[in-house]
Design a protein around this ligand. Structure first.
Ligand code: LLP
Length: 459
């Protein structure tokens, strides 16, 4: 997967976060590689006692107050990535809120100049509750209901991304019911370019055989634009949207998609092209991903090369690249089961309910102890959760310090995207709190669920 980066252990004097774009040589696979700093949030530091500090807050002190499991986000990291996106793509760039959303996050992304991509009525409601103006929202979804379209149009969302012929009919009906003088909704047509990005099958979306968008090769995209341009449709077609998948390291996949879509954009004389999200991030030692700026630069180069008109606005909607590395999840080790000759199971107080990615996609993570962040990690264990399934794995092959004991706070980095947003209450486990840290202070932006919350929907 992609290139390689130097293993940069955090040490009290080390620079906390080298750019993930720094190329280097992967060390041979030694077992005791300390956690590299590029997997931690940008303001991470190690104090003289070896403790991890994020946003100038001692992580162990913080979890002493809020308990475990807990998602701890570096607010400065989130803000910097949003600013990177805005700088790289301009004012129509959107943060893909499916990666991680709460009111504080929506507010932050908007404050930093990003639009927000919402893909359901629920995400729309949270963004609006955070005070984000409708015009700064992009409404997605492959099966938007009439109610969702009504809510989106009533809020005056900046763009609706049209995904199917059925939606064109529903949209026409909803837009006819708008009060007189209400401006026609601006829409992008979502196109599938027939590109198979190199990523997990479940998160690949640009191939012809997809539930998303209109195929280019089949002529469906051209037919969609034609129908949307008829006066009965009641909308204004302003651009195209293409999203080929997620956790993609190879810029060539994006470049290929862009070069396929560009001629169609020209034929239809459309002036906006959103390339979706999908930029990957490193999760484990040795992975490397381009930065948001490098991604934008590569896309611009292709746009120029394939003759995209200079007046075309190129935008994107990164989610993972903004939120993933911003957070760590802290757990408490409750049980260590050493099955001699087989494996050591280290059970923590969360699991697949706060991070379903390992069980869904076989995703890998690192683990470390915030009490000795830069310690060598020579012991190999399997970190598991507290759920009633053997598949409830947090880290299959976790390298941890030799002195790991019951009661330790164990952390997994790079859990800021698609962790909290895909969390569940499986086994009636309450969802963890979300804490933002910044400048020596912390705030709980989403509180821990209680058993009363779990019971609150029962009749
Ligand atoms: N735009 C659209 C239309 C999308 O469908 C997505 C992600 C994004 C933007 C943001 O993509 P990102 O920059 O975050 O890659 N649950 C999976 C990821 C699913 C992605 C769904 N769509 C995971 O945990 O890997």
């Amino acid at each position: 997967m992609g290139g390689v980066i130097p293993d940069q252990p955090l040490s009290p004097s080390a620079s906390p976060s080298p750019s993930a774009s720094e190329e280097g040589k992967r060390l041979p696979s030694v077992l005791d590689v300390p956690l590299p700093s590029y997997l931690l949030p940008e303001t991470a530091e190690v104090d003289s006692a070896g403790h991890l500090r994020v946003g100038d807050v001692d992580v162990l002190e913080l979890v002493g107050e809020v308990g475990t499991p807990a998602f701890i986000y570096d607010e400065e990291h989130l803000r910097r990535r949003c600013r990177d996106a805005r700088e790289a793509f301009g004012p129509r760039v959107a943060y893909a809120s499916k990666a991680f959303l709460c009111k504080a996050m929506a507010e932050l992304a908007w404050e930093e100049g990003c639009c927000i991509d919402v893909s359901t009525g629920g995400e729309l409601a949270v963004a609006l509750a955070a005070g984000v103006p409708g015009e700064r929202l992009v409404m997605h979804g492959n099966n938007k209901s009439v109610q969702e379209l009504e809510a989106a149009l009533a809020a005056g969302v900046g763009r609706v991304v049209v995904d199917s012929f059925d939606e064109i009919d529903r949209l026409a009906a909803v837009s006819r019911s708008l009060p007189l003088g209400h401006p026609a909704p601006k829409v992008w047509v979502r196109v599938t370019p027939g590109v198979e990005a190199h990523t997990h099958e479940y998160i690949m979306t640009g191939q012809d055989d997809s539930k998303f968008g209109f195929g280019l090769a089949s002529g469906a995209a051209a037919e969609a634009v034609r129908r949307l341009r008829s006066p009965e449709a009641g909308v204004e077609v302003v651009g195209l949207h293409v999203h080929i998948g997620s956790q993609i390291f190879a810029l060539e996949s994006f470049e290929r998609a862009l070069s396929i879509v560009a001629p169609f954009l020209g034929e239809e004389s459309l002036a906006e092209l959103c390339v979706g999200g999908g930029l990957g991030v490193p999760y484990v030692v040795g992975e490397h991903a381009p930065s948001i700026a490098e991604w934008a630069e590569a896309l611009r180069g292709v746009a120029r090369a394939v003759g995209v008109a200079p007046n075309v606005t190129l935008s994107a909607e990164p989610g993972r690249a903004i939120a993933a590395t911003a957070a760590i999840t802290c757990y408490t080790v409750g049980t260590i089961k050493d099955l001699r000759g087989l494996r050591t199971y280290v059970s923590v107080d969360g699991g697949m309910s706060d991070n379903p990615r390992p069980v869904l996609y076989g995703s890998g993570y690192e683990a470390f102890l915030p009490r000795e962040t830069s310690a060598p990690r020579p012991r190999v264990v399997t970190v598991v959760g507290k759920h009633c399934e053997s598949g409830d794995i947090v880290v299959r092959e976790a390298h941890v310090p030799a002195d790991l004991v019951v009661g330790d706070v164990l952390a997994t980095p790079v859990t800021g995207a698609y962790g909290y947003s895909m969390a569940s209450n499986y086994n009636k486990v309450p969802r963890p709190p979300v804490v933002f840290v910044r400048d020596g202070a912390w705030k709980v932006v989403v509180r821990r669920e209680t058993f009363a919350d779990l019971l609150s929907l029962d009749a």
